[in-house]
Ligand binder design. Sequence first.
Ligand code: PBG
Length: 338
Amino acid sequence: MKSVSSGMFPFYRPRRLRRTPALISTFKQTSLRKEQLVLPFFVTEGTQKRTPVNSMPGVHQLSIDELLTETSAAVKTGVQSILLFGIPSKKDELASEAYAANGITQKAVRALKKEFPDIIIMTDVCLCEYTSHGHCGVIKKDKQGQFVVDNDESLEFLAKTAVSHADAGADVVAPSDMMDGRVKAIRTELDKAGFNQTIIMSYAAKYASAFYGPFREAAESAPKFGNRRAYQMESANTDEALREVAMDIEEGADIVMVKPGLAYLDILHQVKRTFRYPTAVYMVSGEYAMIKAAAEKGWINEEQIMMESHLSMARAGADIIISYAAKEICNSLNKNMQ
Ligand code: PBG
């Protein structure tokens, strides 16, 4: 009687295949590349500032000088892309620091470009870190007298922000606001301003998620009233993600992103399979924090769990992985190669 091999080789054979390390590595279908990792940073005004983010061990709000030091350390491990979040010293209703020529993100991009001309600099394009109310767009009163985010009014501000980032030298702008039509508005204004080489990575399928909790502490961007459910996606929905991605591609996105990562691997897989488009995934603050917290308690093997989690996102279809653990992953990959 024939037995079915349970191993990597789906052949009918009368014996079990012993998986030796050499066979395992030869037949591996997916691997992580250092080049596909993107490390996010939070940048603030001042000098010699390194304010730890409590809920994200190893992550700090950094002044520009410290950002340069951290970037240099990351680049040495093999990280070649970074994603910047600016934390301005003053916030207002219209997020004016988001598109100020000398805003915190713009200054940080210029400093990084000068010191590290070869790395890829991505910037988060959103208003929530810059508005006094903490919403991702501008706020208007509707006919019932309720404060609501005005989608169409917000587009102009988002496009202005993206152009000012490109003007400072950003290679990739990443709108995370989830306003409808923002990719088109940003593409149009970038092209008009002569930045037709600037890449748009849109947070296309961005779910309204409790996993963003620690980020809102890091970026000081928690909404002062209401929540983001009016513009971010409902976590129960799948088809909506595909429609959002289709719209962003249609509007001119170069890379589409699914976010969060680990809790939405099915969405990531479907997006990659459906569109065959450059696809990014964001392993967000809460996902990072959970692994760190369990590791601090000694309940899990941090390095192995980090590697397995990142590999699972690559396996599900991610070309690009944005992760607070990007440097650690590079370190692990460097070690394993020896
Ligand atoms: C800004 C933005 C958020 C994240 C990235 N860009 C937070 C949010 O939408 O509330 C979350 C990233 C993370 O949790 O690591 N809109």
